[in-house]
Design a protein around this ligand. Structure first.
Ligand code: NAP
Ligand code: ZN
Ligand code: ZN
Length: 346
């Protein structure tokens, strides 16, 4: 038995179109979620447009999912019908490797099962949140706290946790100077979290266009890096920089903005390898690192943190037939700050 779901499907790298997909009936430990809102992450665009290797068409993207539990398998204990829930970028993992046991399922040594572009436990390609329903194991489903609207919660499942996790790992807090490169979907959540954690947070953007918003959302200072003086003014200034940009940046120049022992964390995912001069690291005992998503427990912690602090994403809700336009607008850095699709329009 399967359920038919409406979806927006990429049949090739050109555009998304309406279509129908099948969802399996929930297994013993699975829940079926009626999707209400799905965020548009830049990773959806990289994937749907074939910018990353290994995309299998047709594909349904979307991994910032907020919805309501509408059916549960007989052995489910963590959720009941009617619960407000979320699903992020992965829907399963091996549960046995060191990383899974440590609650870092996103780094599963067998490879976590991605919400889309993986193979699910039914042997079929996984299909993401640009659809009206999804079936997921209860252990990979998050509880959405009361007080956060569904549409503003959806982007927390990827953009939120992707910024929260490195900010916690590298100790953003009082007395730390933190910078976020790129003020988009990830970037605006990074500013909110870093400010809420008590850090002195700056935005390093291409232009001054979003300065007012960034200051309102918690940034202490804001710089347009197109200003020829910006790199000189900020030399050796930051303890932690998180780079959300997927375009090729001059990493040596950004490393020069770190203090001794500072760290530059890459979360934006360029499709091409990058180059840097080792001297940019060794010259001030700096670290260059990367970070991906966060584990299930930390994602739940992040959601509770948001509820306690009154935080969520800044969103623009769109109907499904605006998805292709929305993709173009994200690429043009013309989104404030996350498009979220109203799933009732699929
Ligand atoms: P987004 O909303 O498009 O934000 C990216 C921001 O980067 C833009 O708003 C823009 O900010 C800046 N930017 C864009 N083009 C640029 C260029 N040519 N040069 C310099 N800056 C530029 O995208 P997002 O959804 O936040 O995702 C960002 C990246 O993170 C993507 O590569 C995505 O695949 C990746 N990602 C990674 C993870 C992970 O776990 N590591 C998770 C989710 C997403 P300004 O206008 O302020 O310059
Ligand atoms: Zn994402
Ligand atoms: Zn594992």
């Amino acid at each position: 038995m399967t359920t038919v779901a409406k979806a927006y499907v990429a049949t090739s790298a050109t555009e998304l179109q309406p279509g129908l997909i099948e969802r399996r009936e929930p297994g013993e430990f699975e829940v079926r979620i009626s999707i209400k809102f799905t965020g548009v992450c830049h990773s959806d665009i990289h994937t749907a447009r074939g910018e990353w290797a290994g995309v299998n068409y047709p594909i349904v993207v979307g991994h910032e999912i907020a919805g309501i539990v509408e059916a549960i398998g007989p052995k489910v204990t963590r959720h009941v019908v009617g619960d407000r829930v979320g699903v992020g970028c992965f829907v399963d993992s091996c549960r046995e490797c060191d990383n899974c046991l440590a609650g870092e399922e996103q780094y599963c040594l067998s490879g976590a099962v991605s919400t889309y572009n993986s193979t699910g436990r039914d042997g079929l390609p996984t299909a993401g949140g640009y659809s009206t329903s999804i079936v997921v194991d209860e252990n990979y489903v998050l509880r959405l706290p009361e007080g956060i609207s569904m549409e503003a919660a959806a982007p927390l499942l990827c953009a939120g946790i992707t910024m929260y996790s490195p900010l916690r790992t590298w100790g953003a807090g009082p007395g730390k100077r933190v910078a976020v490169i790129g003020f988009g979907g990830l970037g605006h959540m990074g500013v909110k979290f870093a400010a809420a954690l008590g850090a002195d947070v700056s935005v390093l953007s291409q232009s001054l266009k979003k300065q007012e918003d960034a200051l309102r959302l918690g940034a202490r200072t804001y710089f347009a890096m197109s200003d020829p003086d910006a790199f000189d003014v900020l030399r050796g200034h930051f303890d932690l920089i998180i780079n959300t940009v997927s375009a090729d940046l001059d990493i040596d120049r950004y490393l020069s903005l770190l203090a001794v022992d500072g760290a530059l964390i890459m979360v934006g995912l360029p499709s091409e390898p990058l180059t840097l001069r080792v001297w940019s690291l060794a010259g001030s005992r700096r670290t260059l690192a990367g970070s991906k998503l966060g584990g299930i427990a930390q994602t739940q912690e992040m959601l509770e943190f948001c509820a306690a602090r009154g935080l969520s994403a800044e969103v623009e809700v769109i109907p499904a037939d605006k998805i292709n336009d929305a993709f173009d607008r994200v690429i043009a850095s013309d989104v404030r700050y996350r498009f979220v699709i109203d799933a009732s329009t699929f």
